[in-house]
Design a binder for this molecule. Structure first.
Ligand SMILES: C[S@@+](CC[C@H](N)C(=O)[O-])C[C@H]1O[C@@H](n2cnc3c(N)ncnc32)[C@H](O)[C@@H]1O
Length: 218
């Protein structure tokens, strides 16, 4: 999230979790994200055999493109049409359009509806009001038998005091998500992993809440 010039009211903050706010962020010409794959994705997916993958909250498609370059067949999902259009353009430019699909969907009402993937991943989605537990439960339904679920977000930290209360409350620890895992999942990684990020030209130390779980083979 970016810094605000004034502290938003809680009503303004609530709007920032909704599609119109993200459509606006993705409406200009400038890239919002680096385009580099997220480190926890690289760390975990590199050890898996490529198959089908779903990246929810894919934004501009950095993770989708990296997975496609590793020979995964990837669906990028996001509730922002502008974000998905950018992601599709970037995938085209990267030469992986033939390994990617796009799906406009709100993670808060996500239903697998018979779709299943060898890897379901999401990075920094952060729905409000502790909503990541329910989102994790929903996404788990889309994991194929023997497949993996990787959920990564910002762990709460003093580094984020400039954000609104709503945004700080949307952060989570990996262990907060454990109740969302169905019985046939085994948690393989439940950690806050240290990472440095650059914000406003300064390097800051953060922790990525990282949950990796595997669904049993039936
Ligand atoms: C912080 S960005 C992260 C983008 C990308 N995963 C990355 O790590 O670079 C969050 C993304 O999640 C999307 N998003 C936020 N809430 C969502 C929701 N409820 N359903 C689907 N997408 C959502 C936003 O449109 C945005 O693209």
């Amino acid at each position: 999230m970016s810094r605000h010039e004034h502290e938003p009211t809680e009503a303004e903050a609530a709007e920032m979790f909704e599609p119109p706010s993200w459509e606006e962020r993705y409406s200009g010409e400038q890239k919002v994200w680096s385009g580099n794959p997220n480190p926890q994705l690289v760390a975990e997916a590199s050890a898996l055999t490529p198959g089908t993958a779903l990246d929810v909250g894919c934004g501009e498609g950095g993770d989708v493109i990296w997975l496609a370059q590793q020979r995964w067949r990837v669906t990028g999902a996001d509730f922002s049409a502008n974000g998905l259009a950018r992601a599709a353009r970037h995938a085209d430019e990267a030469g992986v359009a033939d390994r990617t699909d796009w799906w406009q969907v709100d993670a808060r009402t996500f239903a697998a509806d018979g779709r299943s993937y060898d890897l379901v991943t999401t990075h920094f989605l952060h729905p409000p009001d502790g909503g990541m537990v329910d989102v994790t439960r929903r996404l788990s339904q889309a994991v194929a038998p023997g497949g993996h679920l990787l959920v990564v977000g910002h762990a709460p930290s003093g580094v984020f005091t400039h954000l609104t209360t709503s945004h700080r409350n949307a952060m989570f620890l990996a262990e907060d998500l454990l109740p969302a895992l169905p019985d046939d999942f085994e948690a393989l990684v439940v950690e806050q992993r240290p990472r440095t990020m650059v914000r406003d030209g300064m390097t800051v130390d953060v922790h990525d809440a990282t949950l990796l779980a595997r669904r049993a083979l039936r």
